[in-house]
Design a binder for this molecule. Structure first.
Ligand code: SF4
Length: 63
């Protein structure tokens, strides 16, 4: 699975981190950072939830 984070779209809402904390983290900058750009398939449901919940469509999940 491949995760893309367009950080220039991020507004730091934190919902991605809440839903998939192994993959996303809101850093000291106040914006999301990718902890793992290629998580295993067991993370797909969480990553899809993060993608859907992002208010600015900054996250793309590709399988
Ligand atoms: S859900 Fe979207 S806007 Fe919110 S912190 Fe994550 S990437 Fe940024």
């Amino acid at each position: 699975m491949r995760i893309t984070l367009e950080v220039d779209k991020c507004i730091g809402s934190g919902s991605c981190e809440m839903l998939a904390p192994d993959v996303f983290e809101v850093g000291e900058s106040g914006l999301a950072e990718l902890l793992d750009a290629n998580p295993g398939s067991e993370m797909e449901a969480n990553c899809r939830s993060a993608e859907e919940s992002c208010p600015t469509q900054a996250i793309t999940v590709e399988v």
